[in-house]
Design a protein around this ligand. Structure first.
Ligand SMILES: O=c1ccn([C@@H]2O[C@H](COP(=O)(O)O)[C@@H](O)[C@H]2O)c(=O)[nH]1
Length: 236
C-alpha cells in the first residue's frame, strides 16, 4: 500500500503568540509543523521548543556554511529533536557528509535521528533566477545534479518542487524523502513561489511531505484551510 502524502504547515511569523495560537488551533489537524528562519530569529530556540511541543517538527533553517560550522550548528540544534531538518545541497559533498555524521553522533539511537534534507533549488527560483546567479542549467537539471550529489553524500532526502519529483524518483528511487514546498491549492495566489503545483498534483507525483504556509496561515480560517488540504490528500 502506498503511504499518504503528509502535510506540513509552515508557521512563518515573528510572533510567538501567533505561533502558539496556530499550534493549538491547527497543529493537530496537520501531520507536522514547520518553524523556519523568521520564527527562530525573531523568537529564539526556547520558543521553537515550546511551540513544537507535542507536534512533529520540521526545523527549516537551511544551513549553508563551511562544513565544520554547519556540522556544529546541527549538533547545537539536536536538543530541539526535529523529525526533519535542512541544509543547502550547494554547500557540497563535505558539508553534507559532515552534517550527516554530526546528526549520527547526536542521535546514537538512530530511530530518533532527524532526517537530513538537502535543499536543491528553492521553489522561488526559475530559470532566469538561476542564470542570474551564474547557473546555466535549467531548474530540473540543477535539481537533478544537486539531488544526486546530496544523496550520495549522505542526505536522507531532498527539498524540491513538485515539478522535479518524477525526475528524482526515476534517478534515485523511492528511498529519498522528498519534501515539497511551492504548493498552492487550486485558485490560491502564487506569491513569490515560481515552481508550484496543487496538493493533488504533488501527491500524485510521489511527494512524501508537502509544505504549505500562506494558503493556510493567511486564510481567514486557517484550521478550515488545513482541513481542506488534508481532505484533498486523503482523496488522492
Ligand atoms: O525551496 C523551498 C524551500 C523551503 N520553502 C519554505 O516553505 C514554506 C512555503 O511557504 P508558502 O507560504 O506556502 O509559500 C516557507 O516557509 C519557505 O521558507 C520554500 O518555499 N521553498
Amino acid at each position: 500500500m502506498t503511504k499518504r502524502t503528509r502535510l506540513i504547515a509552515a508557521f512563518d511569523t515573528n510572533s510567538r503568540t501567533q505561533a502558539e495560537e496556530w499550534s493549538s488551533s491547527l497543529g493537530h489537524a496537520v501531520d507536522a509543523i514547520k518553524l523556519g528562519l523568521e520564527f527562530t530569529y525573531a523568537c529564539g530556540l526556547d520558543a521553537v521548543k515550546s511551540v513544537s511541543a507535542g507536534h512533529e517538527l520540521f526545523l527549516d533553517l537551511k544551513l549553508h556554511d563551511i562544513p565544520n560550522t554547519v556540522a556544529s550548528g546541527l549538533s547545537a540544534l539536536a536538543p530541539l529533536r526535529p523529525v526533519l531538518t535542512t541544509i543547502h545541497a550547494c554547500g557540497g559533498t563535505e558539508m553534507i557528509s559532515r552534517s550527516r555524521e554530526a546528526l549520527e553522533q547526536a542521535f546514537p539511537n538512530d530511530e530518533k535521528r532527524p532526517k537530513l534534507l538537502a535543499v536543491t533549488v528553492l521553489t522561488s527560483m526559475d530559470e532566469a533566477g538561476l542564470r542570474e546567479t551564474g547557473v546555466e542549467a535549467t531548474p530540473r537539471e540543477q535539481v537533478l545534479r544537486l539531488g544526486k550529489l546530496a544523496i550520495r553524500a549522505g542526505a536522507d532526502g531532498l527539498v524540491c518542487s513538485a515539478h522535479e519529483i518524477t525526475l528524482l524518483r526515476d534517478a534515485l528511487g523511492d528511498d529519498p524523502v522528498l519534501v515539497v514546498p511551492g504548493i498552492r491549492p487550486e485558485g490560491s495566489a502564487s506569491n513569490d513561489q515560481k515552481r508550484i503545483m496543487t496538493p493533488t498534483q504533488a501527491a500524485k507525483a510521489g511527494a512524501d511531505w508537502i509544505v504549505v504556509g500562506r494558503p493556510i496561515t493567511r486564510s481567514p480560517n486557517p484550521a478550515k484551510a488545513a482541513a481542506a488540504i488534508m481532505a484533498e490528500l486523503a482523496s488522492v
